[in-house]
Design a protein around this ligand. Structure first.
Ligand SMILES: CCCCCCCC/C=C\CCCCCCC/C=C/C(=O)SCCNC(=O)CCNC(=O)[C@H](O)C(C)(C)COP(=O)(O)OP(=O)(O)OC[C@H]1O[C@@H](n2cnc3c(N)ncnc32)[C@H](O)[C@@H]1OP(=O)(O)O
Ligand SMILES: Cc1cc2nc3c(=O)[nH]c(=O)nc-3n(C[C@H](O)[C@H](O)[C@H](O)COP(=O)(O)OP(=O)(O)OC[C@H]3O[C@@H](n4cnc5c(N)ncnc54)[C@H](O)[C@@H]3O)c2cc1C
Length: 659
């Protein structure tokens, strides 16, 4: 008798959900942060999912031009809905998230507006922000050049003050000074915040931000002296190709003096350079803001991939039956669990550390407003380090989820190839991850060097103050092992650097070790913030227990993966390392019956997931089968090109065989 496998698969997810040992609705609240956050996200996700303009299942089949036009259409429609429905800022930003297609609006709201807010004077904000808020201008963030991205101080574009006309002359003196990469620049933006070397009275004062109009507000043509366009196709089908990353050159373009962003420093009518009493690093403030939001995005991208892989692993069956009985769900294989459950735990870990980072960022911003700059370094170290560690881990995890879904994971309809292609540049943009970790390492070295002078480290570095204890102790407690590992790695690096002929040379030679020390420090922060979260009062049947399990999985998995560090620094004994691994296996067994419910708690619609493998109803096989027929290649039974290339070949072979 034929078995209806499709019906059986659907039942599987229902059975998984019934077996969960906690209250999923309460977990949704723990994940989202509040009942309000669940409700508003749910409403916006459904609004997008039910609107045919936001359809995205055909995205990977569109040409670049069609994809870009589709992005413009979606952005305009989203804006129309935001205005019509009078959505709040929170609702509008969620709506954009669920539209789920990178485009110029990300840079307009994500970087152009924050750059003006952070670096513009009150007067400048009054002039430019209302235009940006109403989309009367579209802006982007033009910092990176063909020749320099990581080294911001190495940028070449010049902004030379002309006291005769009270203007800056923006110029691209070399090919390598062409702006290259800014999102939204290629085709959509009318304006940009351009970073350029400020030259006045014959002196170069380094990099500053300027608001520059690029295109006519009448017909969108480039203004005189402005050359610009798109930099070309990028990795993956669909994916980030919806974004018009651009190239831009200036040929002596003049802008009024008051379009220099003047909160941090000013140029007077006479051309005198005046530095405000704020740290010059605030020039990098927009990047700090975006890095903080990228950490929150890491948990979103990772949870999407994990949701697909967990649900599909509950549906997919292989082996395990000798006599025609049911086969084993691949989710039951220990290897599948040991690859997948740490990623599930990481999604939760990144979510909570992202929330904490958002709190830190808000706190630092409030302090800056009253000219308290004491936490600037902490904000830089945490945003840079967490951005680097969470994006690298997420990119690797999305690829692992693809493999966890076997062959079907490689299909576009699984959603995973596109998710990976969209996500992977996060390891590079807003600061290459290695460059950012070296920033963290510099701050660690500075902190270690200050320990001897009795200066007590604060914030996330405070544990380093326990240097006497941590350098000697045998660590029984989990967090203490993480602290000892991070501190000992940093101290080892500092000692090795100290032996070099000069500090810079020593830092350069030891940079691979410094990277690992920075990762150890950041992983300690992630573990600590997860532990702090589970110590909070978390309502809902079984919710706290599940989060405690996931927290243990994250910590023990990290420990297992980096056991070499823990052993080499003597922070753990080999026996403790082996016990941790034993414990991990037991924890996976506890996660197993709850896995599907733990991904349901992300509360993603099928539209947002964009995956036939991750469907909520588990009806994977009919959906896969149906999806295949939608490919343009299947529009005709006999393919185009048959008469030109296949038929002559086949006929020729036929003739040859008759000879
Ligand atoms: C299936 C489909 C799915 C679709 C999904 C769609 C979902 C989309 C998801 C997300 C979308 C998100 C959208 C993102 C869009 C990305 C856009 C990207 C934009 C960009 O990339 S903009 C360009 C970014 N560029 C960089 O990051 C450059 C990196 N370089 C630097 O930051 C600096 O050059 C540096 C920090 C590496 C070095 O600086 P510098 O030369 O000045 O010198 P140092 O000596 O190292 O530092 C001096 C001093 O300053 C301190 N410092 C440095 N930076 C900062 C800072 N930011 N804040 C505070 N302080 C800072 C440093 O510690 C030193 O301090 P001391 O003097 O030692 O005390
Ligand atoms: C999709 C995407 C969107 C972007 N959007 C924007 C945008 O909107 N606006 C904008 O201005 N820019 C944007 N960028 C540019 C982005 O910010 C830069 O690409 C990024 O900062 C990295 O700089 P880079 O390309 O110069 O890399 P490089 O610095 O050239 O990196 C090349 C290699 O050198 C290594 N390296 C570099 N310096 C060091 C060092 N000191 N020590 C050790 N190793 C080092 C790196 O680790 C890397 O392996 C975008 C980039 C991408 C990919």
């Amino acid at each position: 008798m034929a078995v209806d496998h499709a019906a059986a698969e659907v039942d599987h997810l229902a059975a998984e959900r019934a077996a969960a040992r906690f209250d999923v609705e309460a977990m949704k609240i723990a994940w989202a942060g509040s009942r309000h956050a669940v409700d508003v996200a749910d409403r916006m996700a459904r609004l997008v999912a039910s609107d045919p303009v936001f359809r995205k299942d055909n995205r990977t089949m569109l040409s670049r031009k069609d994809l870009f036009k589709d992005t413009l259409r979606k952005a305009a429609h989203a804006w129309k809905r935001i205005v019509e429905l009078r959505l709040t800022e929170e609702e509008a930003s969620l709506l954009r998230q669920y539209v789920d297609q990178p485009g110029y609006v990300d840079l307009h709201w994500g970087m152009f507006v924050p750059a003006i807010k952070g670096q513009g004077t009150e007067e400048q904000q009054k002039k430019w922000l209302p235009l940006a808020y109403k989309f009367q201008i579209i802006g982007c963030y033009a910092q990176t050049e063909l020749g320099h991205g990581s080294n911001v101080q190495g940028l070449e574009t010049t902004a030379t003050f002309d006291p005769m006309t009270d203007e800056f002359v923006i110029h691209s003196p070399t090919l390598t000074s062409s702006k290259w990469w800014p999102g939204g620049l290629g085709k959509a933006s009318t304006h940009a915040v351009v970073y350029a070397r400020l030259i006045t009275e014959g002196k170069d004062y380094g990099i500053h931000g300027f608001i520059v109009q690029l295109r006519s507000l009448e017909d969108h043509s480039p203004l005189p002296g402005v050359t610009l366009g798109d930099i070309g196709g990028k990795f993956g089908s669909g994916a980030y190709n919806s974004m018009d990353n651009g190239v831009l050159r200036f040929d002596h373009v003049r802008i009024p003096r008051d379009q220099m962003l003047m909160r941090l420093s000013q140029v007077t009518r006479e051309g005198k350079y005046v530095q405000s009493d704020v740290p010059k690093q605030l020039l990098y403030g927009t990047m700090v803001y975006v890095r903080q939001s990228i950490v929150a995005d890491a948990s979103k991208a990772l949870s999407r991939a994990v949701c697909i892989a967990v649900r599909y692993s509950a549906i997919r069956k292989q082996f395990g039956s000798q006599d025609g009985g049911p086969e084993t769900q691949v989710l039951n294989y220990r290897t599948q669990q040991s690859r997948l459950f740490p990623l599930l735990a990481s999604a939760y870990a990144f979510r909570f550390v992202g929330d904490w980072l958002n709190w830190l960022y808000t706190d630092v911003t409030q302090k800056l407003e009253v000219k308290d700059y004491s936490t600037l370094q902490e904000a830089h170290a945490c945003t840079a380090g967490l951005k680097a560690v969470t994006t690298s881990a997420t990119a690797d995890a999305i690829e692992e989820c693809r493999k966890l879904c076997g062959g079907h994971g490689y299909l576009n309809s699984s959603g995973l190839p596109e998710l990976f292609a969209v996500y992977v540049p996060a390891c590079t943009y807003e600061g290459d991850n290695v460059v950012l970790l070296l920033q963290v390492a510099r701050i660690l070295m500075k902190t270690v060097s200050q320990l001897t002078s009795g200066k007590q480290p604060v914030g996330t570095m405070a544990y380093m103050g326990k240097v006497q204890h941590l350098m000697q102790s045998k660590c029984a407690v989990k967090t203490e092992a993480f602290e000892a590992r991070a501190l000992r790695m940093a101290v080892n690096c500092a000692q090795n650097i100290g032996q070099a002929s000069n500090q810079e040379e020593g830092f350069y030679e030891r940079s691979p070790d410094l990277l690992e020390a920075a990762v150890a420090h950041i992983q300690l922060i992630i573990v600590t913030k997860f532990i702090e979260k589970v110590h909070q009062d978390i309502p809902g049947h079984g919710v706290k227990e599940q989060l405690q399990n996931l927290c243990n999985v994250y910590a023990l998995y990290t420990l297992h993966k980096h056991l070499g560090d823990f052993l080499a620094t003597g922070s753990l004994t080999p026996k403790q390392g082996a016990l941790a691994n034993e414990q991990l296996g037991k924890l996976y067994a506890q996660v197993r019956p709850n896995a599907v419910a733990l991904v349901d708690a992300f509360n993603y619609t099928d539209h947002y997931l964009g995956s036939v493998l991750g469907r909520y109803d588990g009806n994977v096989y009919p959906a896969l089968y149906e999806e295949a027929w939608k490919d343009p290649l299947n529009e005709t039974v006999v393919p185009e090109g048959y008469h030109e290339y296949l038929r002559p070949l086949l006929k020729q072979q036929l003739k040859l065989s008759r000879l």
